[in-house]
Structures are given as C-alpha cells and as structure tokens.
Design a binder for this molecule. Sequence first.
Ligand code: F6R
Length: 616
Amino acid sequence: MCGVVGYTGKNQAVKFLLDGLQTLEYRGYDSAGVEVVSPSGNLHGVKCAGRVHTLAERCQAANLVGTCGIGHTRWATHGAPTDRNAHPHTDCSGRIAIVHNGIIENYLELKRYLMERGHEFKSDTDSEVIAHLIEEAWNGAARGNLVEAVRVATERLEGSWALACICADVPGQLVVTRKGSPLVVASTTDGAYAASDVMPLASVTSHVIQLNDYDIALLTPDGAVKVYDHDDEEVHHPDTIDIDWDASAATLGGYADFMAKEISEQPEAIERLLKDRLGQHGIELDELKMGNKDLAQIDRIFVIACGTSYHVGLIAKIIIQTWAKIPVFCEYASEFNYEDEVLVTPHTLCVIITQSGETADTLTAARRMKGMGCKVFAITNVLGSSAARESDGTMDIQAGPEVCVASTKAYTAQMVAAVLLALRLAQANGSMDQQEVERHYRDLQQIPDLIREVLKRSWQDQQAAKLFRNAHSALFLGRGVNSTTAYEGALKLKEISYLHAEAYPAGEMKHGPIALLEPGFPVVAIVPADHVHDKTLSNIEECIARGAQVIAVATDGDESVAKLCQHVLWVPPVPDELLVPIVAVVHLQILARYVARARGCDVDKPRNLAKSVTVE
Ligand code: F6R
C-alpha cells in the first residue's frame, strides 16, 4: 500500500524519487506523483493516475529540476484513483507539499475546521488535511521551523501516517515522521533519503535508520539526519539496521517476472532458514528468546495472521498440535481484533505470521495480545519491520525481497519456520525425544530438493493451465493439512488471474459446492499418499461422475490417481505427510502463474492488491 520516498542532497532528486517509486511498485498502487523544490524557489510537481513509467514520461516532459523532493505511490482509500487525488498534496499557498501513507481517521472533522478557516481543498483525500494543518502551524508560532510545524500538525491527527514534507521557504529541508505506518531514513555522503521500506535504499546504502512512532526527522542536503522523539528530545543514537539484501536481489535477473523468479528461489530460501538449526540439544530457535522452562509451560497458542500467512497458520495449528500437543487457535487478525472474548491463560503464546511485518490488522492483534500479558513471537521476512520490533521474539525467514504481490517463497519459508517452532516446542515440553526431533529435522532438510524436483515438472502445470481457458470458476479440494494447500492454491489463482476459485475441505464438497459441478468445470484435488488418500479419491470420483475436469496433485507412482485422472501434477514422495503442503503448493503457484499469463494478467502487480496492507 502507498509508498513514500524523499531525498535531499547534491543530486537531482527526481532520479531517486522515480527509481524509488518503481522499487516500491510491488506494494500495490494506482497513482503516483513527485514534487521538488525548483531552483527558482518554488514547488514543482507532477502527478497522475496510473503507473510510475507514465509519471516518469510526464516528469521528463515537465523538466522537473531540483535537489530536494518527495514522491508517492497511492493505493486509493479516500477518493477515486485520479490525477487530482494522487499525492503530493499542497497547502493553499502551494509552498508546502506532503506525501502520506496511512489513514487520517478524523479527517472529516479536520477538513470542516480548516474550511471554516478559509482553506481550499483540491482533492477528496484524507491526506490533504495534513498539508493545510502544516500551513496553519507554519503561519502561526512555527514559522521558519518546519519540524515544529509538522509536530504541531500531527498532534491533531488520529489514525496512522508515514509522512514526508517539503516547503519552498526552507529549500533543502525534508521533514518526515511516522505513526503506525512504516518509514526508514538514511544518511549518506550524497544526501539524505527517506522511504517506506528499505528496498529503495538498498542501492544507496547498507545502513538505514528506523524511526519510532512519533519520531520526527529533519533531513538536510549535507546528508545529515536529525531525529527528535515524541518529547522533542534529539535522539542521538536512533535504531539502525543493516540491509543484507543487495539491490540485485530485487531485479528480474533474466526471469520473465518476479513471480517466476521467486517461485524458483524457494529451495535456497528454505536451505538458508534450515542452516545450523540442529545443535547439541536439538532444534535451536534462539530467536524465540524463551528458554526450555518457559517453553515447556506454554499451554495454549494463538496463531494470528491474514491472507496467505493465515494459511501458514492453519498448517502451524495442525503441526504444533500433532507434535507438541499444545492446543492452537488460528485466527484471522481482522476478525480476532473484534472478538470480545479471548480466552488466554497465564502461559499463552501468541505467534503472528506476516511476511511484510507491517500488516495493520496483525499488528493490532499482536498489541492486543501483549496487552493481555502474552508473549508475542513474530514470523516475518522483514527484520526491521514493526512486527519484528514490537514482538518479544522474531524469526526472520530470510526469504529475501519478495517483489511479486502474490506471496510464494515467503509462504513456503513461513511454513518451514512454523515447523521449526513446532519441533522446538515439542522438544521443550517433552512431547518428542531428541531422536524424534532430529528425524523430523532430517525430513525437513529434504524439502529443498523435493521442491527442485517439482520445479523441473513445471511443464505439467503448463499443460494443466490450458484446462482453464474457458473456465469462469474453479474448485480446489484437499483434506487435513492439504485442505490448506487447497485454500492457498485457490487464493493464488484468484489474486493473479482474476478467475473465481473456491477451496473446500474435500469432505465438505457434498454439503454445497458440488452443485457447481458441470461438464468441464475445473477441480484441483490435492490427493497425496497420506492417511486420507482414499477418502479424497472418492471425492474425485464424485467430481468425475459429474463431468468435472479433475487436475490431481498426487504422489509419484500413484496408479489409482493415474487411472482416474487425465491430468496429474506429480509430486515426489515426501518423507512426512505433514510436510507435503510445502512441496505440493509449488505446483499450484506455477499453475496459477500459467493461467494468469494465458489470461494476459500482470502476475506481479495484480489489480487492487497491495503487498503491504498497512491500513485496517
Ligand atoms: C497473498 C498475499 C496476501 C498476504 C496478506 C498478509 O499472496 O500475499 O494474502 O499474505 O496480505 O500479508 P503479510 O503476510 O505481510 O501480513
């Protein structure tokens, strides 16, 4: 969702602003804009609905020149995605400009107040009130002090914001602040930079400063960054993180799209995560920051997440309950936050799963659980994210930047992280002895090669994708852990191909969705060699009897499936049936990509979706 960038320094700002916005495209957006302080001492900006490349063409035509500026990609919340509503927004004088990520919840009240004071609004956005509030402060006691003007203005805001502001009267000054929305800054010899996340900064520095909520930073052209906290005290040693993603990790590197690249990176991502996890005393998960005694006492776990990460949670629930014998509740964060009764015990652990680490609903849930005295453990792909910073322990899944909006490598790496957590808990509370733990770990170590094998079979997915040519809908079925594989397969297909898909536990089909079946209707059935294989096979028979085209995901050598289904996505044998989802889902990722490409969809940037959902 919305991306914010800012630069002040020796170089032309527009280059970094446009490159930065392009890097942030993956977050999802529908319009974009930049504003610079021009050499004549005025603000000069360009903004438009549509893509960053359109903005770049318009910037060139407008000959935007200036060494201090801000930029934005907007994911519409208040007001349609039009040129007018695109950021930056300016005050009445046209000398103050802001870009904003987040939602100003009290904007209507503020807008009314500002209009009564004679301010004229040019957009339908909530964000524009910020520019006018800064103008009010600037024209009052804060004149000449942009940091102070931003502070006074933001004191009136309710909601969330990552904000960058420039003012033509103090050329070269860039002021940024945040509350609830991500923002990082960097100081270099070429100037100072701000961005919604580390990705745009990876090409200019390996060292970024993290701002806490309510911190305000003043960035100046000499590259200096001064951070002031909530009490207006200068923070002399702000939190920093080292970026270990090199900039090339976020380039296509010869692949047709990021989705293809990220699907293919899964074996290495999992190998990284598994490296050095088995020590003398079994599984090492020091990130939990809990010793054996505390872990052994855990008597209840809430796993909370959204979307694809929620599917990881469903698998975590089954595996933790099976191996560690601890009851697990898996909740959608957006639902959990509005449940009245949360039945925690003094030894309840909360696990949040969020690849971006910035999903607003998940963060709210984590804060709620913390407020109830629970320890919170985060599984995330972004070490400096809010989830990582606010949790008691964090497991960095080390999948590397995931640019495609649809999650693939983060999904499988998160599953592996959940399996490691289950093993660590089982080991601590004695549900498994060390030999068993080691055996499961060895099984897990086979996963990367099994995924490599599936990757070699992508031609099977390419063939199967043809069956969706005339489809309007599809059904995904699976049982046990693989009902989750079905959910994830349907979600991937929906989000990147815009083809409606539903997923059901296979046994539930008879209770409703079977009515959808008609000749040619595509059904994807996950039917590996496991203890519910024959039950799922019966469901496949029921589909075939109604003329559905079944695409089975089955284990190599399964003759019963081969006899029944014309189209099979073969999976090599996986040593433990609980680990099958990590391998089987790769076929469904590849299948969804082929279907989407055949339908002419942009697989990396599906419409309406955002990579990092920073509003509730
Ligand atoms: C789908 C997808 C989303 C995210 C969801 C939560 O491919 O990526 O469903 O899983 O928006 O995001 P995170 O994991 O960042 O909390």
